[in-house]
Design a protein around this ligand. Structure first.
Ligand code: ATP
Length: 554
């Protein structure tokens, strides 16, 4: 068998990719590197190039916390805490810190072979499998054995992939192109296969084997969800469709893709994680249907014909100790609205009208319900449907084009959404402080940021909206992801996403985005979203521009 390729080759490639701004050059450099690799190596390399140490959607992550990595770097290099924070402040990137520190490595292994791609894959697999008590020592040991063998450049990329902060500019489309160019696929074939298979590593492996063209949607391989474009008014929506459209209630629950084949049912979240065990009653309802399928829909806390507050679902999602009680308090119903696969045949290319009639036959006579829908053709129709949806306790509408295909992973114009309140923002927490008075001893003030290209920009601080139990849980998680502890204030790794509502946006010097939210309050913790899904500064500018009253604090 051919030996696995050296990791240094990949680290050097990623450095070159990072060093050029030209998209064509990024694609060419990565393609040249991938071309001679075996399918197994191509998988590892493409996955690392995408910034991940595990398969997309994998239940077990190989990611390692900042504090573990910092501990390893200090042990291996003999640096003290002061050195490390000085270097960190200079770069703001742990990978760069690793490279600088490793250039002066103190500890050396007795004998050390250069790292191979397969060594990384083995270490990642081990990190994914380590759980529970005592695992933190073993995790540290696994990371240390990699870092000890790494050159400074390799160390930098080991750390970058383990923190999920690659920043090479290799967005999904460029990776698809590079894989296509390396293994003789067309860009379209590569994009299509990627959309279905979801993971760039798996795509590269199939491409290198020569069978990426035959990839089809399959049960138990979750695919990316179709998303909706926001619109501000019923008039805009009516004009956009210019004729008949389906106005479905916008349910306030969790998005869920349900797969069934050979009598087995699995449910996947918006992040393509397997969440089957959290929803036994949905599994039971889906078990009563016939044949094989993949459905898209929303799991909604629902009882006696009415939706229940979303917050009741949070406990279930977090799989609290008393799951049965949480499930009793928040019974759920699965509202299905789309069909992607039926009895071995892909249905995503069929018009929505056809998919819906197949779906309705499929769920008939079971506890799975079709999303409520009204035909609309004018502004008045959209408005009436919106009011009806709100009166029934839903968030608004998702209006859909009857002729549209199911566009996996796309926020297209086939689906548009209408909500009542001023938009909310999905933001990530970057720093946090201890509270006062009743909230002394818990971390209850959160500074959050939006995305500006590769960077995060702060835009506000919120200290209301969460329950005491949620604040306790937040305190625990924030301590875990602390990067720098200033006593009363902590900088944290940006990974907790929250949805904030606010009264308005004003220009302000208080935050580095140049804007501040007025009266921000946390609507919910978005466990279904990661830092790449948060809202952008462009959206903030759009909302600001659309406000009637513009306040400029400056
Ligand atoms: P939001 O924060 O508004 O929920 P999002 O970013 O999670 O948005 P979008 O695709 O932009 O996702 O908005 C549509 C969301 O609304 C879906 O993710 C889904 O969870 C939810 N939803 C509720 N009812 C429907 C429906 N009938 N059709 C499609 N999506 C629906």
């Amino acid at each position: 068998m051919k030996q696995s390729a050296s990791f240094l080759g990949l680290a050097e490639t990623l450095k070159r990719v990072r060093g050029t701004r030209s998209k064509n050059d990024k694609v060419r450099i990565l393609a040249e590197y991938l071309k001679p690799l075996t399918p197994e190596d191509a998988k590892v390399a493409a996955r690392i190039a995408s910034g991940r140490a595990s398969e997309r959607g994998s239940k077990d992550e190989a990611q390692v916390g900042y504090s573990t990595l910092l501990g390893v770097l200090r042990e291996v290099t003999g640096a003290n805490e002061g050195d490390v924070s000085r270097i960190y402040l200079r770069h703001g990137d742990l990978g760069e810190v690793a490279e600088e520190l490793l250039a002066e490595k103190k500890e050396q292994p007795l004998f050390s072979e250069p790292l191979k791609l397969s060594d990384l894959e083995d270490a990642f697999a081990r990190l994914r499998s380590l759980k529970g008590q005592g695992s933190s020592v073993a995790r540290k040991g696994t990371v240390k054995s990699l870092v000890l063998r790494a050159t400074p450049l390799e160390g930098k990329y080991v750390v970058k992939v383990l923190t999920g902060e690659m920043r090479t500019g290799l967005v999904s489309g460029l990776l698809e192109e590079a894989i296509a160019a390396a293994f003789g696929l067309s860009k379209e074939e590569s994009a299509r296969a990627h959309m279905i298979i979801g993971d760039p590593g798996d795509l590269a492996e199939h491409a290198a084997r020569g069978d990426a063209g035959q990839i089809r949607i399959q049960p138990f391989r979750p695919v990316n969800f179709m998303l909706a474009e926001p619109m501000a008014t019923a008039a805009e929506i009516a004009q956009h469709f210019g004729g008949l459209a389906y106005a479905e209630c916008k349910y306030d629950g969790v998005r869920a893709q349900a797969h069934k084949s050979e009598g087995k049912v699995r449910i996947y979240s918006r992040r393509l994680e397997d969440v089957t065990s959290g929803f036994p009653e949905v599994v039971e309802a889906l078990g009563k249907t016939s044949g094989e399928f993949i459905l898209d829909g929303e799991i909604v806390p629902f009882s006696e014909g009415h939706p229940l507050p979303f917050q009741l679902l949070q406990r279930r999602l977090r799989r609290m100790e008393n799951f049965d009680e949480a499930a009793r308090k928040a019974p759920v119903t699965y509202f299905a609205f789309d069909l992607l696969l039926r009895n071995g045949k892909e249905t995503i290319g069929l018009p929505l009208s056809k998919r819906r009639s197949m779906l309705s036959r499929l769920v008939q006579g079971t506890a799975v319900r079709m999303a409520e829908s009204t035909d609309v053709a004018s502004e008045e129709d959209v408005e009436a449907a919106f009011r009806r949806s709100r009166a029934s306790g839903y968030e608004g509408l998702v209006v859909k084009d009857p002729d549209s295909p199911y566009a996996m992973g796309k926020r297209g114009k086939g689906w548009v959404k209408l909500k009542e309140e001023l938009d909310t923002l999905d933001v990530v927490i970057v720093a946090a402080e201890y509270g006062h008075g009743k909230r002394a001893g818990v971390i209850s003030d959160y500074t959050f940021a939006v995305r500006d290209g590769d960077r995060l920009r702060t835009i506000g601080k919120a200290y209301s909206g969460l329950t005491d139990a949620e604040i306790d849980e937040m305190t625990r998680r924030l301590k875990e992801i602390t990067v720098k502890d200033h006593g009363y204030r902590r900088e944290v790794k940006p990974e907790i996403v929250v949805e904030v509502a606010f009264d308005s946006i004003q220009r302000s010097d208080r935050h580095d985005s140049g804007y501040a939210l007025r009266f921000p309050r946390i609507k919910r913790i978005r466990t279904d979203k990661g830092v790449t899904d948060i809202d952008t500064i462009e959206k903030v500018e759009r909302v600001f521009a659309g406000q009637r009253l513009k306040v400029d604090e400056k």
